[in-house]
Write a protein that binds this ligand. Structure first.
Ligand code: ZN
Ligand code: ZN
Length: 436
């Protein structure tokens, strides 16, 4: 017998299996062995760790389809070790990392490096998203068969949109022959023009160069037309406008093979957060209006949006300590996603099982990942959440190498208190990472 872990008396919430009840969870040899009422296993059968789950939620390990881990190339912002540490501290057991590193993940050597580093670090499972185009330049397709074989779970040039419609068509056709989903960052650059925030009432107050909702919607609409043409699997990254949510809703009604995600910050914040020129509110797509935020919440509630992601995009204090228009786009989110979303639950905006679904089996289904459920035989990835733990978000306590969060100083309730990956306890609150 290998090592075993028993969680006693937690509220087990497994949306994939329609399970929401107080019970026990036995993990053995890296798999879920039993759910429900579990007889005490014979201690002489090998190592057994027992965790008291009283008052805690036990959910499938959280899955984030969209993070930037900055390795290789920009390890001063984050690397695979610090990023995977931040992930497990936030309750995420699987993270899919985007290809816009330096060099980009457009060839097997880089995919292999990310996969090997992720495995060596041994915290959250690190699943690479490979590039669509060589050098993210939108001209030549990558060798997708080889990238998939090396572990790529999807393809995306995220950070950049796929600008050329003919190239996007070819990418969709090519990726679909390997069963890879194409993920696009929808932004018509001729419309967005490098705008630092959303174009609307708030931008007239700041006087900042702004980008309209249409910059996102025009490209998303194009992509959906190309999905109809090719029949290929497509995933819309960080949907952020009411118009985009409606486009995805209609595409799904039509039966197109489309899935979509929304970020935590677009569910919590609006462009009014930019009024004080805080560069920690500068992200792309930009924070939108309250009507857009409400439409995104409705999209999560009705299943139009399959996944909630962080788009964790680390930048150092130096990177961000410049004028708003000069600052790089992006905020981090792995260590704040859960408490931020629990606030929406507390406000009654979303139901807890829906939020957990969009963080587990919802995203797993988008990329076909073997994750996000607690049925016996599933990988033993589990997150234990204390929904009542109150605290203040302090970036100096993050395990991420960067601190660029818009949630600093927020008084929140709820956090991951134990994160289990492959049956191994890797993070425990307040002790931190569990080593060895
Ligand atoms: Zn993006
Ligand atoms: Zn991104």
């Amino acid at each position: 017998m290998g090592s075993r872990l028993l969680i006693r008396g937690a509220r087990i919430l497994d949306p994939a299996g329609g399970l929401d009840e107080v019970g026990d969870l036995l993990l053995s040899d890296g798999k879920v062995a039993a759910v429900g009422v579990v007889d005490a296993p014979d201690a002489s059968d090998g190592e057994l760790l027992v965790l008291d789950g009283k008052g805690l939620l036990a959910t499938p390990g959280l899955v984030d389809l969209h993070v930037h881990l900055r390795e290789p190339g920009d390890e001063y912002k984050e690397d695979i070790r610090t990023g995977a540490s931040a992930a497990v501290a936030g309750g995420f057991t699987t993270v899919c990392c985007m290809a816009n590193t330096s060099p980009p993940n457009d060839c097997r050597a880089v995919t292999d490096l990310i996969t090997a580093r992720g495995a060596a670090v041994g915290l959250a499972k690190v699943r690479p998203v490979a590039a669509i185009s060589m050098g993210l330049a939108g001209e030549a397709l990558t060798q997708m068969a080889e990238l998939k074989e090396a572990g790529a779970v999807a393809v995306s040039d995220d950070g950049h949109p796929v600008e050329n419609a003919r190239f996007m068509r070819r990418a969709l056709e090519y990726a679909s022959t390997f069963g890879l989903v194409v993920v696009n960052h929808c932004e018509d650059l001729s419309l967005s023009g490098g705008g630092a925030m959303h174009e609307g009432e708030a931008s007239t107050w700041t006087g900042l160069k702004a980008q309209p909702a249409a910059a996102e919607e025009v490209m998303l609409a194009r992509d959906l037309v190309l999905c109809r043409l090719t029949g290929a699997r497509y995933h819309a990254a960080h949907v952020s406008t009411a118009g985009s949510v409606e486009l995805v809703r209609r595409a799904k009604e039509e039966g197109l093979a489309v899935t979509a995600e929304v970020t935590v910050h677009h569910l919590l914040l609006t462009d009014e957060a930019c009024l004080e020129f805080d560069t920690h509110t500068k992200c792309n797509p930009p924070l939108r209006t309250e009507a857009d935020r409400q439409a995104c919440i409705a999209g999560v509630a009705d299943g139009t949006l399959d996944a909630i992601v962080t788009d964790h995009a680390p930048h150092t204090d130096n990177d961000k300590a410049v004028e708003f228009e000069d600052a790089p786009f992006g905020v981090i989110g792995l260590e704040t996603a859960l408490p931020a979303l629990l606030r929406l639950v507390e406000q009654g905006a979303l139901d807890l099982p829906v939020v957990i679904e969009r963080l587990t089996c919802g995203p797993a289904a988008c990329f076909g990942l073997d994750a996000g459920r607690l049925a016996p035989g599933s990988p033993a990835d589990v997150t234990l959440i204390d929904p009542d733990l109150s605290y203040t978000i302090r970036p100096e306590h993050f395990l991420s190498r960067s601190a660029n969060t818009p949630f600093a100083g927020w008084e929140v309730r709820g956090r991951a208190v134990a994160t289990i990956v492959g049956g191994r306890l890797v993070f425990r609150w307040p002790d931190g990472l569990v080593v060895g």
